[in-house]
Design a protein around this ligand. Structure first.
Ligand code: ZN
Length: 274
């Protein structure tokens, strides 16, 4: 009788454990799914251009990271960045008449990413040329010259952008460096934001200098509305910078997994099957 009772208790406690385990794991997945959808909902469609690269190269934990704001030195020139849907199509005032709306948001994001990245222990910094129109891309003060040197010395240089609205843009995604094998940070960012082909538009100026380009999303619709609305601006900038910093952390902390397609969040998945 006593034996039977013990067995019953064992079965019951195992069942209770299993029910709780199942409930928690479901909660975890629902939370994760929601998280992914939130990002997609805000940044819109990712690039669907054919891109087959996979970033598998390990990165050093303390890799120096440099965040550049796209078009910071090319205002008033051909490549000033997009004015966004709000200004171009809807006729709203630019955020700052001296610069393109894209640069305005690139600078805001740059600052937020570096601030949060430092808090999370990343070896991260920014560079701003300050001078808004430098004619020669090879001038030593440009984003590209500083980024090129940074990459040459073993750092990870990335220039952030917002893509053009409507059919002028492609969507979100990472353009990897031209002459270098993509690494695990590239992979982690691409899993969140999507990927562009290495040879996008024949290999742009930045990737040719080993500077990555991240298109955060098209400057239109919900994303632009949330950025422009004072009630949601800070939250949106924080949300986007958190996604980017999290991708850095995922890329740095992912080590030689048996399947390079699994990222840090998903390494917990097999627990279910233990
Ligand atoms: Zn741009």
């Amino acid at each position: 009788m006593l034996l039977k009772k013990n067995r019953l208790i064992n079965i019951l406690s195992f069942a209770i454990f299993f029910i709780f385990f199942y409930a928690f794991s479901q909660l975890y997945f629902i939370k994760n799914l929601k998280f992914i959808n939130d990002l997609e909902l805000i940044i819109g469609q990712a690039s669907n251009l054919p891109a087959r690269w996979v970033g598998t190269k390990d990165v050093n934990k303390n890799i120096p990271i440099l965040i550049l704001a796209g078009h910071a030195d090319s205002q008033g020139l051909a490549g000033a960045g997009t004015s966004g849907e709000a200004v171009d199509k809807l006729g709203l005032n630019p955020m700052d008449p001296a610069i393109s709306d894209e640069l305005f948001w690139n600078l805001k994001l740059q600052e937020a990413i570096v601030k949060l990245g430092k808090m999370k222990g990343l070896n991260i910094r920014s560079y701003d040329p300050g001078i808004r129109n430098i004619d020669d891309a090879n001038d030593p003060r440009t984003n590209w010259s500083v980024g090129k040197n940074f990459a040459k010395n073993g750092g990870y240089a990335i220039e952030i952008h917002f893509d053009s609205y409507g059919d002028y843009g492609v969507g979100s995604g990472l353009i990897p460096p031209f002459f270098e094998t993509p690494n695990k940070i590239d992979e982690a960012i691409a899993r969140k934001f999507g990927r562009f082909p290495v040879l996008f538009r024949g290999g742009l100026g930045a990737p040719r200098r080993q500077i990555r380009i991240l298109e955060i999303g098209k400057l239109e619709g919900l994303l632009e509305k949330k950025l422009r609305n004072l009630k949601t601006r800070q939250r949106t900038i924080k949300f986007l910078s958190n996604e980017i910093v999290q991708a850095f952390l995922n890329g740095i902390n992912t080590h030689a997994s048996s399947n390079p397609m699994l990222d840090a969040e998903y390494t917990f998945l097999p627990v279910i099957y233990l």
